[in-house]
Design a protein around this ligand. Structure first.
Ligand code: HEM
Length: 468
């Protein structure tokens, strides 16, 4: 297996000018925080999953109630794992792309500390029953202004080198700049507008936009931006078509923001908005196809790398799952399909596929590539890197198929006008399988954490462990 091990510079040779621009310590700090929150989130997921098969020995302990831990589960993933892993990786990529450091190193550490405080306070607030009544915006209201300020500082710190850079604007930077602006606006829209400005159906419509824009305008542009950066580097060739990469970017910018209302089809939200959401969702799938074609075009002639190069394998696995997710979206967004799957576990399966199968797996691939470069040490065990990959992929594929099937059975049960208990009875075997799938993902992640700890604590090699 050809996991690129370390930069030669990382094991004793002098750093080049570009390497000096990157503050490796902060990247590592973010990664350690991200890993911690992933473990917390997965424990929360398992707790909720056990409750659903009526296996909860913690009955009556409010602090550990599944209702609260479900929110900790999702918040720890979005703001704890994904945001931290992205922020860490941006500290690596932006200086390298712009040939400039971030605006201010002290500001980077301030943001890091403030962000951890926000995530911890959010988890604490949720557990103490202070959650804001907004899906994905459960951050207690008093934390929202701090989070909003944090997002502004993130944008300033990273945009400064991009704006000052005189080089060509590679597509990754387009995605990053858009993500900084969109995330700031999306957070403000979702957390303040329904709370203070509008109510009722209007607030619901804004909530729908917020839920989906968090995925489409925060996670997606950062994720694809990173793929456009890492894939050509690892495959040692340029992206197949720069023209197509711009089609992907502008298509996302144009169609994505309108989609969110597809979460609330068949509600009192005006039908023209619901139809608009359906059409823009289907349109974005064509855009996605151009992006996928571009990346597989880039892989052409280097297919063996999927077998030999572990980060590339993580990336392309995520891309295949991304394509499946988006294809699924184009179907499930139709009113006909919604009749069957709305409110069922189909949606939960879809959510896990995109959040874990795609974006988390990309980030884990990036970490697999970067951790040896950040530490100057090869992985403690390449075999454990493989175990991490296989346990994660098997776990998520089983969970996705399992919940998709559960969703169909639930939908058929409801549309057949069966009593409610019938739908929970047919779901139970699927919910048991979900536990095993979750344990596989959790096991894979624990292997990754163990491997990272052993790598960090191992002595630095005396001679360069040669890079790929
Ligand atoms: C140990 C593995 C995991 C287990 C057992 C698990 C289990 C669960 C359960 C039981 C729910 C609540 C479903 C419901 O309300 O009916 C849930 C929701 C969710 N989980 Fe997980 N989860 C796991 C890992 C993850 C990971 C790694 C991610 C993301 C990277 C994730 C993302 C989500 C999301 C986005 C939701 C909300 C779904 C929705 O509202 O439709 N989960 N999970």
């Amino acid at each position: 297996m050809n996991v690129p091990m370390v930069d030669t510079a990382a094991v004793g040779e002098p750093l080049t000018d570009v390497e000096r621009l990157v503050d490796r310590k902060i990247v590592l700090c973010y990664y350690v925080a991200a890993m911690t929150y992933m473990v917390v989130s997965m424990l929360g997921g398992l707790l909720v999953a056990l409750q659903l098969i009526r296996c909860n020995d913690l009955q009556g302990i409010e602090l550990l109630s599944p209702g609260r831990w479900r929110m900790v589960h999702t918040n720890a993933i979005a703001y704890g794992f994904l945001a931290n892993a992205f922020l860490g990786t941006l500290h690596w990529t932006i200086p390298r792309l712009t040939m400039r450091p971030v605006l201010n190193k002290a500001l980077s550490y301030l943001i890091f500390a403030a962000w951890q405080a926000v995530v911890l306070a959010t988890a604490g607030g949720i557990l103490l029953g202070q959650a804001q009544g907004l899906e994905w915006g459960e951050t207690p209201v008093w934390i929202d202004p701090v989070a909003q300020l944090g997002l502004l500082l993130v944008a300033v710190n990273f945009m400064a080198p991009i704006i000052a850079s005189r080089g060509p604007m590679y597509v990754t930077l387009w995605y990053f700049m858009a993500a900084f602006v969109w995330t700031f606006l999306t957070y403000a829209m979702g957390n303040f507008v329904p709370q203070y400005v509008v109510c009722g159906t209007n607030a619901g419509a804004i909530g729908g936009l917020f839920i989906h824009d968090l995925v489409g305008l925060f996670v997606t542009p950062l994720g694809w931006g990173l793929m456009y950066y890492f894939v050509p580097i690892l495959l040692r060739k340029p992206i197949w078509s720069h023209g197509l990469s711009l089609v992907g970017f502008w298509g996302l910018a144009f169609f994505y923001p309108l989609q969110g209302i597809h979460h609330f089809l068949y509600t009192p939200i005006p039908m023209f908005l619901q139809y608009g959401a359906v059409i823009s969702t289907i349109a974005v799938e064509f855009v996605v196809a151009t992006v996928i074609v571009n990346f597989f075009g880039t892989l052409r002639g280097s297919g063996r790398e999927i077998v030999t190069n572990l980060p590339i394998r993580w990336f392309y696995t995520g891309m295949i799952l991304y394509f499946i997710t988006c294809f699924q979206c184009a179907l499930q967004v139709t009113l006909t399909f919604q009749e069957l799957i709305h409110f069922t576990d189909w949606v939960v399966g879809h959510a896990h596929l995109v959040m874990f199968g795609v974006f988390s797996q990309w980030l884990m691939g990036i970490m697999t590539y970067l951790i040896p470069r950040l530490t100057g040490k090869p992985w403690y065990s390449r075999k454990l890197c493989e175990w991490h990959y296989w346990l994660s992929v098997v776990g998520i594929v089983v969970m996705f198929l399992d919940l998709t099937m559960a969703g169909l059975f639930q939908g058929w049960s409801w549309s057949g006008m069966q009593i409610w208990d019938h739908s929970t009875q047919v779901s139970e075997p699927f919910w048991v399988v979900r536990i095993f799938a979750g344990l596989s993902m959790f096991g894979g992640f624990l292997v990754f954490v163990y491997n990272t700890i052993r790598t960090l604590s191992s002595p630095a090699p005396t001679r360069p462990a040669v890079a790929a």
